[in-house]
Design a protein around this ligand. Structure first.
Ligand SMILES: CSC[C@H]1O[C@H](OP(=O)(O)O)[C@H](O)[C@@H]1O
Length: 348
C-alpha cells in the first residue's frame, strides 16, 4: 500500500499513527498540515518524510501571489526553512527541500516566470517519489545477495514500504524474496516507545504474506543466541561521511548484540540518506521527543506523573559495527575502518 499519494493537487497520507487498527488516508492541502503530519509521525520514515516535505513545499507556494521571481524565491526559502523544523535527524527532509530549491534556482537562471517555476517544483516532488520506488527495489535486490532462502533475519523499527514510496529499504529484500518464492523468516522488534515495529512492520509484512514474528526489543539477544536469526538489517535516517549511522533508538544495541553473536549487521541506505556534509555521528542532531511517548504510550499511563524522562528518538551506530551498507548502487564493505567515507563519497 502506498502511504503517500499526490492526487488532484492534494497530498494523501496514510495516517501511520492509527495503524494497525485503522487505515485512514488524510487529505492535506497546505504546508502547515504537512509540517504537523511529519512532526507527529502521521507520515514517518526518512524517505517518506522527504517526499512529504517536497509536496509540502509545493503546497506552500502553489498560490503564492509574489509579484517578482526574486520575492517568490525568498518565500520558497522561508517555507523550506519552516518545513525543515518538523524533524531534525532524517537528512532526507533537508535533501528533498534542497532538490526543489535547486530546481527553482535553475528556473530563475533560465528566466522562467513564477507559474513555470511552480510547475517544475511539483514535477520534482513527483520525481522524488517515482525515483524512490526504483531505489528501494534496487536496494532489495542488492540486499538479497547477502541472504539465503529460509534465513532468519531481525529488523528494527519500520524501514518498510510505509516509510518509502514502496518496498521499504531494510524490508525491500523481504518483498523481493517473497516475489522469488523464498521463505525468509523475519523477526521484528516492537521498537519502543512508538512501536513502529509492532504496529507497522508486522502489519505490512503480514499483509504481504511474509513470515514475520514480533518480539520485544529485550528479546533480540535471545533470538540471536538461539540461532533464530542469522543476520540483522535496519534502515537509516542519516549516514555521516565516516559511515556512522543514525537510526531508530535501539539500533546501536542491536549492532553490539550482532557483533557479540558473530552476526552480520547490514544498513539499508539509499544515497539520499548519506550526508557527506556531516562528518561523524557526533555531528548528527538527535531528535528528542515528548515524554508522553514513554509515560502514556498509546493512551495508558505506565509511569508516575512528573517522572523524569529521556526520550531520544534515534541513536548512533559507529561505522565499526556495520558489516556493510546496502545502497541502490551496490553494497559497500569496509576493508579497513573509516574507509566508508571515500567509498560513500564515490557513490554520491
Ligand atoms: C527507511 S525509514 C528510515 C528510518 O526512519 C524511522 O524513524 P521514524 O519512524 O522516527 O521516522 C526509523 O529510524 C527507520 O529506520
Amino acid at each position: 500500500m502506498q502511504s503517500i499519494q499526490w492526487e488532484k493537487d492534494q497530498l494523501l497520507l496514510l495516517d501511520q499513527t492509527l495503524l494497525p487498527e485503522e487505515t485512514v488516508f488524510l487529505t492535506l492541502s497546505n504546508i502547515e498540515e504537512v509540517w504537523n503530519a511529519i512532526r507527529f509521525l502521521k507520515v514517518r520514515g526518512a524517505p517518506a518524510i522527504g517526499m512529504a516535505a517536497a509536496y509540502g513545499l509545493y503546497l506552500g507556494v502553489q498560490y503564492s501571489q509574489e509579484e517578482s521571481v526574486n520575492a517568490f524565491i525568498v518565500d520558497l526559502e522561508n517555507k523550506s526553512e519552516y518545513l525543515a523544523t518538523a524533524r531534525p535527524t532524517a537528512v532526507n527532509l533537508s535533501w528533498a527541500l534542497k532538490r526543489l530549491k535547486e530546481k527553482a534556482y535553475q528556473g530563475q537562471k533560465q528566466g522562467m516566470n513564477i507559474e513555470l517555476i511552480k510547475k517544475i517544483l511539483l514535477e520534482e516532488a513527483l520525481k522524488i517519489q517515482e525515483e524512490d520506488e526504483e531505489i528501494c527495489r534496487k536496494i532489495g535486490e542488492h540486499a538479497l545477495s547477502l541472504f539465503q532462502d529460509n534465513m532468519g533475519i531481525l529488523t528494527h523499527c519500520n524501514a518498510g514500504s510505509l516509510a518509502t514510496a514502496l518496498y521499504g529499504t531494510a524490508t525491500a529484500p523481504f518483498y523481493i524474496a517473497k516475489e522469488r518464492g523464498w521463505n525468509l523468516k523475519i523477526f521484528a522488534n516492537e521498537t519502543r516507545p512508538v512501536l513502529q515495529g509492532a504496529r507497522l512492520t508486522t502489519w505490512e509484512l503480514q499483509r504481504a504474506g511474509i513470515d514475520v514474528t514480533l518480539i520485544c526489543d529485550n528479546m533480540a539477544a535471545v533470538v540471536m543466541a538461539n540461532h533464530s536469526v542469522q543476520a540483522v538489517i535496519v534502515g537509516t535516517d542519516r549516514v555521516a561521511a565516516n559511515g556512522d549511522v543514525a537510526n531508530k533508538i535501539g539500533t546501536y544495541t542491536l549492532a553490539i548484540l550482532a557483533k557479540e553473536h558473530g552476526l552480520p549487521f547490514y544498513v539499508a541506505a539509499p544515497l539520499s540518506s548519506i550526508d557527506i556534509s556531516t562528518l561523524t555521528g557526533k555531528d548528527i542532531p538527535i531528535e528528542e521527543r515528548s515524554e508522553d511517548e514513554i509515560t502514556v504510550g498509546l493512551g495508558k499511563r505506565i509511569a508516575p506523573q512528573g517522572i523524569k524522562v529521556y526520550n531520544p528518538a534515534f541513536d548512533i551506530t559507529p561505522y565499526s559495527l556495520v558489516t556493510a551498507f546496502v545502497t541502490e548502487k551496490g553494497i559497500v564493505y569496509p576493508e579497513i575502518a573509516g574507509q566508508y567515507a571515500c567509498k560513500l563519497q564515490k557513490l554520491k
